[in-house]
Design a protein. Sequence first.
Length: 334
Amino acid sequence: MNRMLRLPLPVLVTVLALTACSSSSDTDDAAEGTTLTFSNSYTEDHPHTRCGIDLVAERVAEADVDLTVDTFPNSQLGNNTETFASVMSGDIDMDVQGSAALGAAHGPIGVFDAAYAFDDVDHMFSFFDSPAADPMKEGFSEVTDAHILDVWYFGERHFTANEAIRSPEDLAGLRMRFPDSPIYLANAEAMGANATAVAFEEVYMALQQGIVDGQENPIATIAADNFDEVQSHISLSGHQIGSQMIVVSGATWDGLSEEQQEALQEAVSSVRADNRACIEEAEAEVLADWEATGAIEVVDDVDVETFREQVREYFMENLEGEELELYQSFQEAR
């Protein structure tokens, strides 16, 4: 199944340029079977690239099922707000996408990114693997014609700012960057933050120029995008167990043979553990380096329990319908 991508011109130019860098033998090999595009918005050295999409490509190749995965990190096929739309249209085959962003297409899935929805990553994985998650997955596929192959750990999200944030009161008066999605903005309100929406690709400059006072992201992302250069404190609030869904276009999935589907599913699911280990190792190394060099002050005495109680009370009172049901099912799976 060889398909021509119906990509916007700037993206098509990028793809053609990258393809031109391949040897003629690589082109000949790809022409013999099916080639999938797999995108993410992270840098080449981020765990979601080197221990994520690149590992999937390697394992699919090792399966020898006439299937090739070409990886495009660092927003090469569009920024983080564009790529899932391209998956739904079939212009991109696979994407690593945050639950909140997917919530724009199917609201309930965004609740995966609710602050303090899960106690830890094991809680999140156990829920995702349980029958209780099936209605969410099936509803998502019905609405988007895209399939969720698995969920990967993104790391716990923490606050950075030019001062310590130990309690909800410390957020007062700070302009904190949050992604522009309903669940992230609800997180901000639940925690008492003044949310300012800034595109991920513009966060560094916004911090540098003082457009925002702080932001929140996992440690690996903070380090990979050098936010520690423009912030003095990281406060370990652990307010979100970050999840990234691995999604595939329905048309792409249906066009694969059963053997290819099995190989792709196995590759994505087997990488989950490697990806988590890679992120946790990266987090430990980054924290150790920050503490040793003083590049950014690590605040590890955040009043997490006060944050958690305040946030869970907020969501129980403000969510409704399928979103409330999903949030309650998280708590029942604890």
